[in-house]
Structures are given as C-alpha cells and as structure tokens.
Write a protein that binds this ligand. Structure first.
Ligand code: SF4
Length: 354
C-alpha cells in the first residue's frame, strides 16, 4: 500500500475546491480578518447556515477596525440567529484586542493567535495556516474523520487528537500549508462524510487503510457516552485583584448538590476543549494550566482542564455567581475536586483549613 501524499490531495483540491465567500481565490492572498470571522462563525454551525450571515456581517463590519468600533448591541444584533452568543461576545472582544494590542493586524503565528480572546487551538491553527500560510494543523471533526480513516487510528477521541495532529504535520507540504488545511476540510466535508463516504472519488483511496479494510464508518473511534466513561470539562478560576474568587453554588439536587464550585463547562465524554472559551463565565484572557485535574466519582472519572484569569478589583460577579473573599474560602462548601482545581490554580491550600 502506498503512503498518502499531500500532492495527491492538493491536485484534487485544485480541481474541486469549494467556492466559499471567506476563501481567497487561487493566487489571491487570504484576508486574516475574513478567515478568522468565518472560523468563529463555523464553530458548531454548518457552512450553509453561516454563508448568508457571514455576507451580511462582512457588509456591516468590513474590517476588524469597524467591528472593534461597533457598539456591542450592534454586533449581537448582526449575530442574532446564529446562536451560541458567547461566540459573538468573544468575536467582539477579540477585534478590540487586535486593535488595542496589535495595531489592527492579526498576529501571524499560532501562539500569537491563541493569546487572543475566544481563539482555541483549532481556530489558531486554521487562521495561521489559511491566512498566513504557516505550517499549522487545524484539526476539526472533519479532519479527525479523514485522518483516523486514512491511518486506521484505533485510539479513542478526544485522546487521539495529538496523534491526528502529528499525522497532519508529518504530511504538511511546506509550500502550501494553507491550501493543505483547506483541502483536508473540503475532503472531510464533501467526500469523507460520516455516512457513505465517496471513497471512489477520493484522491487517497489507494493509501486509505480503512477503505482497504471496509471499516470507514467505524472511524473515528470515540469514547462511549456511557456511565463509566471519562468525562471532560473546563474549570475557570477567576481571581479578583483583592484576592476574592468567583464561585457559584451547584443545583440542590444531583451530583455534588448544593456544593460550591468555580464556574465550569458541562462535564461530558465528548467535551471539546477547543471551545472552552465559550463556556467561560466572562470574556477575558484565560490561561490554561497543565496537567488537568483528575478525580474519580462513583460513576465516572472526571478530567477538568483548569483555566485562570485575573479580574479588576471592583468587578461585580455575573448573575448567579459571587466573589468570595480569600479569607472566606474555608467556609465555602467546596468539594474535593474543587479543592484540587483551586490548589492547581494556586488559589487555595487544603492544608489551611481542611
Ligand atoms: S478513501 Fe474514503 S474513507 Fe478513506 S479518506 Fe478517502 S473518502 Fe475517507
């Protein structure tokens, strides 16, 4: 069996690339603002749904400067109907950060992009590759499906993601990283579909291991959503300048009912860390800590990735939450998993009072 070559995929892309309003024409330079805005809109939303919104949005806010200068109500109004409104808030915050901190130009590296509000690993990789032709991997669900089939990657997602990224990077053509990223997306969206992939038309049909074994639809392998499967999530430790921490109380019934916690995302087997910024209680620069906090409940193990950020002294808590002064933490009903989170964040030492 031959090895898959980027050149075969690129030759296919040159003939079959999708015409998308945010995509530069062959030979044109992509506009980082348009690429970034489209990638934010496409999170959890289909190309068909995004297309009309995107075009209206761009007519209203043709540049990052125009978006940053707009009142937030106007941005939310232009977004109305796309759902997931935290994305619109992040979009606006990011545009303002680009204007304030980067003189209106998007950073041209993955690391630089990741430091902006609302930009996770996937979006940073996509914008770095597409807008700046950086050799960066943009691994979304489409790309995961293509790569796990191509190499018959048995590891379960999301744990298999680093391996998928590695495979993408190994094949990355140094002269056309942006086209390679888009070609992978197009292949996943048009031929390598979840059901009935059109393998007969695929430029990688020869080297594709899953096709040769007739197991395409069994990839990607995913962690089962059953009791006992590890759940994943994000926890957000926001400390105010005066030392107070943002907390909330869990609902009275259910797991850890009535206990205090820092705001977290949902805990799910298929939780996507890449979208964690959408689950944060406030839009700010969150710093990801490593390693994640692990905790085993009776019914499932939990892995929480902790993010920290600072808030100004006078900041009020979002609805349903409270800032608890550092001295009052010992009286909060914090569960052991929360104590682990706070200890990792350096916000609490369980040896103090417990
Ligand atoms: S041959 Fe089929 S399963 Fe393999 S990458 Fe192509 S479309 Fe996907």
């Amino acid at each position: 069996m031959t090895s898959p070559a980027a050149a075969d995929l690129l030759a296919w892309y040159d003939r079959h690339r999708r015409a998308l309003p945010w995509r530069a024409l062959p030979g044109e330079r992509a506009d980082p603002y348009r690429v970034w805005a489209s990638e934010i809109m496409l999170q959890q939303t289909t190309v068909t749904a995004v297309r009309p919104y995107y075009e209206r949005f761009m007519a209203r806010f043709p540049t990052v400067a125009a978006l940053a200068a707009a009142p937030s109500e106007e941005v939310m109004q232009a977004w109305a109907g796309l759902g997931y409104y935290s994305r619109a808030r992040n979009l606006h915050a990011c545009a303002m950060a680009v204007m304030a901190d980067h003189r209106g130009r998007f950073p041209d590296t993955e690391d630089g992009l990741r430091a902006l509000p609302g930009i996770g690993a996937y979006t940073a990789g996509a914008v770095a590759a597409i807008a700046f032709d950086r050799p960066a991997a943009a691994v979304d669900g489409n790309v995961e499906r293509v790569m796990t089939r191509l190499f018959a990657i048995e590891d379960l997602l999301p744990g298999a993601r680093p391996l998928v990224r590695e495979r993408v990077m190994e094949m990355m053509p140094p002269d056309r990283p942006g086209d390679f990223a888009q070609a992978l997306m197009d292949l996943g969206a048009t031929l390598c579909t979840p059901r009935n992939p059109a393998c007969g038309l695929c430029p990688w049909r020869e080297p594709c291991v899953a096709r040769s074994e007739g197991t395409q639809e069994s990839f990607p392998r995913k962690a089962a959503k059953k009791a006992g499967a590890t759940r994943y999530g994000a926890a957000f430790v926001l400390s105010r300048q005066d030392g107070a921490l943002l907390l909330r109380t869990r609902p009275p019934k259910g797991l850890l009912g009535g206990m205090a916690e820092v705001p977290t995302s949902e805990w799910r087997a298929d939780y996507e860390l890449d979208g964690a910024a959408q689950d944060a209680p406030v839009v700010t620069r969150w710093r990801e800590l490593a390693p994640p906090v692990r905790h085993v409940f009776t019914h499932f193990p939990l892995e929480l990735t902790v993010f920290t950020a600072r808030a100004p002294a006078g900041m009020a808590a979002p609805p349903g939450m409270r800032f608890t002064p550092a001295a009052g933490l010992g009286t909060e009903p914090l569960s052991s998993v929360m104590l682990k989170v706070l200890e990792l964040a350096g916000a609490y030492s369980s040896s103090k009072t417990r």
